[in-house]
Structure formats: structure tokens, C-alpha cells
Design a protein around this ligand. Structure first.
Ligand code: ADP
Ligand code: MG
Length: 293
């Protein structure tokens, strides 16, 4: 008898004892099979699976558990600011958003190709919602994602530059397959900051994807960066292989309030709930220049 095998009649193959089987499954990192072996084998028997079907069934369960773990871990590392899914996006409310284009982005192919995505539009139209939703879908498709806001990213790069650690930070932001940079344009970018941002964009160019959201038209980026030359250099790289989504229309939050009768048709707050609405961001019309010419 081989060590670790329980005794068996001569005409049957030796049955490994359970402790040894457990150790082997642990060594192979087949933990889902190890932890649920009895249940899984009972289910295979109940469904009268053949031996080959049983092995496939066990492998499926192991893969499903590994995928779940990877997704859970990647979602934690992505640092999304809120839980939003593409399934929760009301496309009917936003006809400017092409559902089939979002579905295509959700496959993660743009990440595999190192392409950029720009989501442009006024506040409240769902730019952050879509970027988080796409980010989650991209993780499910098997890639790593990091979400940051433009102001956090720039502050970290500038600080690292001042402390002589720029390379380290560029590596950090260069690592994820998809880097989501939310809210470019809310704050002006100082010239030295624009320069470090350019370094990051060039480093990721054609190697990793960037998804960027902005409330400013591309034609205004010269002003956002305070330097048209750097703005052009950044845009040149971002737009080379890119998908540009321009969302027009009113803020979803204001729309919901209007539907609930809290706002008049003019958008001016009515008497009830006026204080909270008054603080909500106004939605300027998207300038006609918004988009790629
Ligand atoms: P933006 O980033 O463009 O300013 P957000 O993505 O933060 O807008 O959207 C503001 C809020 O409205 C979020 O809670 C978001 O989930 C919701 N929202 C915006 N547009 C839609 C939509 N079309 N369907 C469902 N929820 C939406
Ligand atoms: Mg936003």
C-alpha cells in the first residue's frame, strides 16, 4: 500500500485518505474544492455525473470562487468613491449616452487595446456613475483599475515631485490597467502640475488605459491647464486612440426633483426643499464646442 492511501481491495484503485487529500488540495490551492468536497461530491452523485463531468464540475466551482475572490480584492484596490453599476444607469433619461457604446466599453476591450475614454458633460449627468460602472465591469473582465480624482492625483504627483519621489508615484499610477481620473476641470491646474500630469499620461500612453471625466469642453483645456502647449500635448496622447462620450442635458438629481414636483419647469426651486436644491450644482449648458472636432 502507498503511504497516505487507505487500504482497498486488490481489484480497486487505492483511495487516498481524506487528510492527505485535504493536504493535496491545499497544496494545489484548490480551496473551494477542499472546503466543500463532501457537498460537491454529493451533488455530483445526485446529478449522476460521469467521472469527467464530476472533474469539470469541481473545476468550475474552483474557478468561480477564484474569480469571486479576485473581483472582491480588485474592487477594494480600485477605491471607487461610490457603489454604482451600469445596470443602475437610466439610459432613457439620458438619450445622449449610447447604450451600445457603454456595453462595448464594459467588455474591457478598450483596456486590452490601451485606448482612452473621455466622458464630458455638465455636473450631475452621471459621469462619475458611468466611470464607476465601467470600472467595475472592467474588473469583472479581468483587469485592474484605480479610481482617483484629478485634484487628488495632481496633488500627489506635485508633492512627490517636490520630495524627489516622482518616479515612485508615477509607477504607482502607472500600474493599474485602467486609471480613472474623475473631475478634471473643476479646479485650475497649476503649470508645474500640468507638467507632471503630462508625464503620467505619456507614460501610460499605449501601455495602459485612462478614463477621464470632465465638465469642461476639450476646447477649454488650454485654460484648465493654464498652458495650451501642455494641454495640446496631453490631448494629443489621450485622443489618439480614444472613445469620447459627450453627455448633454440636465442634472439627473435636478430631473428627479423636478419629477417629484420640487422644482418648477424653469429649474428654479419651488417653496418646498428649496434650501437643499439651492445648494445643488447648477448645470450650465454644454458649450457647442464640446466634443472632438
Ligand atoms: P456627474 O459625475 O456627471 O456630476 P454623478 O455621476 O455624480 O454626476 O451623478 C449624480 C447622481 O445622479 C449620482 O447619484 C448618480 O448615480 C445619479 N445619476 C446621474 N445620472 C443618472 C442616470 N442617467 N441614471 C441613474 N442615476 C443617475
Ligand atoms: Mg462626478
Amino acid at each position: 500500500m502507498r503511504p497516505g492511501c487507505a487500504s482497498a481491495p486488490d481489484d480497486l484503485p487505492p483511495v487516498p485518505d481524506l487528510t492527505r487529500l485535504d493536504a493535496m488540495l491545499t497544496r494545489l490551492k484548490l480551496t473551494a474544492i477542499r472546503d466543500q468536497l463532501d457537498t460537491l461530491l454529493a451533488e455530483a452523485a445526485r446529478r449522476e455525473l460521469t467521472l469527467v463531468e464530476t472533474v469539470a464540475f469541481l473545476c468550475e466551482r474552483e474557478i468561480a470562487r477564484k474569480d469571486e475572490r479576485r473581483i472582491e480584492m480588485a474592487l477594494g484596490l480600485a477605491r471607487f468613491p461610490m457603489v454604482r453599476e451600469l445596470a443602475g444607469y437610466d439610459f432613457a433619461a439620458q438619450p445622449a449616452v449610447d447604450k451600445s457604446q457603454i456595453r462595448e466599453l464594459a467588455t474591457g476591450r478598450f483596456v486590452a487595446n490601451g485606448e482612452a475614454v473621455l466622458i464630458l458633460g455638465p455636473p450631475g449627468v452621471g459621469k462619475t456613475h458611468l466611470s464607476v460602472g465601467i470600472g467595475r465591469a472592467v474588473i469583472t473582465a479581468g483587469y485592474t483599475v484605480l479610481f482617483t480624482t484629478a485634484s487628488t492625483l495632481i496633488a500627489q504627483l506635485v508633492k512627490a515631485h517636490a520630495e524627489g519621489r516622482l518616479e515612485e508615484r508615477l509607477l504607482h499610477f502607472g500600474k493599474p490597467k485602467l486609471l480613472i481620473i474623475d473631475e478634471l476641470g473643476y479646479l485650475p491646474v497649476e503649470p508645474d502640475a500640468a507638467h507632471v500630469l503630462f508625464q503620467l499620461v505619456s507614460r501610460r500612453y499605449e501601455r495602459g488605459s485612462i478614463l477621464l471625466t470632465s465638465n469642461r469642453a476639450i476646447s477649454e483645456w488650454g485654460t484648465v491647464f493654464g498652458d495650451p502647449v501642455v494641454a495640446t500635448a496631453i490631448l494629443d496622447r489621450l485622443l489618439h486612440h480614444s472613445h469620447v462620450l459627450t453627455i448633454r442635458g440636465e442634472s439627473y438629481r435636478l430631473r428627479e426633483k423636478r419629477r417629484a414636483g420640487l422644482l418648477g419647469t424653469s429649474g428654479a426651486p419651488s417653496t418646498t426643499g428649496a434650501s437643499s436644491i439651492a445648494r445643488a450644482p447648477r448645470s450650465p449648458d454644454v458649450p457647442p464646442t464640446l466634443g472632438v472636432s
